[in-house]
Design a protein around this ligand. Structure first.
Ligand SMILES: [Zn+2]
Length: 139
């Protein structure tokens, strides 16, 4: 008797819940209503592909922009090391973007060592100093 009660009620409850969900769900890419599975996010395969291409394209452009900045900083630091300059004014480094680093390490004395891949340096507001090759122990 109990099973029959569930059998009669459950399909009606699921059906109305599904209808409520379907009227609220919209495709993440085009905004059209979605029908079908409750976990569906897109109305079609083409919308799913367009959304993923958009997201991965944005991520790739962001990653490429940051990598370009870091690589430019690295080439500048590398050229300073080649000429033996260990202490330079930031104003003398056009194109160097000091806010971009690949890592940092706070020391007990309060100073911070910055990394651009395998090159280390210290920085004040106005200059870079102690530019040097990072020891192999750090990597
Ligand atoms: Zn769509």
């Amino acid at each position: 008797m109990f099973a029959a009660y569930i059998w009669n009620i459950e399909p009606v409850l699921l059906s109305s819940a599904q209808k409520r969900m379907e009227t609220k769900r919209q495709c993440l890419w085009c905004g059209m209503p979605i029908s079908g599975r409750l976990d569906k996010l897109f109305c079609s395969a083409s919308c799913k592909n367009a959304w993923h291409n958009h997201i991965t394209g944005r991520e790739r452009r962001c990653r490429d922009r940051v990598n370009t900045i870091l690589w430019n900083n690295y080439k500048i630091l590398q050229s300073l090391m080649e000429t033996g300059e260990k202490n330079v004014l930031l104003s003398s480094l056009p194109g160097f973007m000091p806010d971009y680093v690949t890592g940092y390490r706070k020391l007990h004395n309060g100073r911070t060592e910055l990394f651009c891949f395998d090159i280390m340096y210290n920085k004040t507001e106005a200059r870079l100093y102690n530019i040097r090759q990072a020891s192999d122990l750090l990597y």
